[in-house]
Ligand binder design. Structure first.
Ligand code: ZN
Length: 201
């Protein structure tokens, strides 16, 4: 099992409402997810946690042999919608139909979404919207799973792969939640439970 920390120090992804880079949120959540998975006896490889992984190829190389590749991210909105960022919240899950295991990727993403909902989190849904998002079609609407076929990290992985957008950190209220260690642990537990479910099938 491989857990990938999205982005790297020189290009740290989204800058949150309070000015904290996404990379730091991704690293904190990835570490928590790793420890949750290890608690159930799973072997977990953490990828890119030191912030030097500028090349995508290094991530998929490090993941070789893993049964699942989960990439951890935190979300933003289109630039022109940033003034309305507080209207956007929730998690989103993405997979690519160009991944060699699309059905298994979808099963894992759906299980994660189901567990996140059971943990009290809501899917953000706006990525499917043509105006607010990028018209990313739903793969499993109820569980917040979308197709994002050209997503490089999911496409190039040689094992099932899911990208997790845990929450919208350009929304100040949601950012505060994402920063709360208890919320982070709840998200990690839910994602870990989804991983266990789909890998045991
Ligand atoms: Zn990201």
């Amino acid at each position: 099992m491989a857990v990938d920390v999205g982005h790297y120090a020189a290009e740290p992804g989204v800058i949150s409402a309070s000015g904290r880079p996404e990379f730091e949120y991704n690293r904190d959540l990835a570490l928590e997810l790793k420890s949750q998975l290890e608690r159930s006896g799973m072997q977990v490889r953490l990828i890119g946690e030191r912030g030097e992984y500028q090349r995508l190829g290094w991530r998929t190389r490090d993941a070789q042999g893993a049964d699942l590749f989960v990439s951890i991210h935190h979300d933003s909105v289109k630039e022109r919608l940033l003034p309305r960022a507080d209207e956007f919240a929730g998690f989103s899950l993405f997979l690519s139909r160009f991944n060699p295991f699309p059905a298994r990727s979808l099963a894992c993403a759906s299980a994660m979404g189901k567990e996140l909902r059971a943990g009290g989190f809501k899917p953000s849904r706006y990525h499917a919207d043509a105006v607010l998002g990028e018209s990313r079609p739903f793969a499993d609407e109820a569980n917040g799973v979308h197709y994002y076929d050209n997503l490089a990290v999911a496409r190039s992985a040689t094992m099932p792969s899911v990208l997790v957008e845990a929450g919208v950190i350009v929304n100040a209220a949601e950012e505060a939640k994402m920063r709360d260690p208890e919320v982070r642990a709840t998200i990690a537990r839910a994602v870990a439970e989804g991983v266990r479910e789909c890998l045991s099938k």
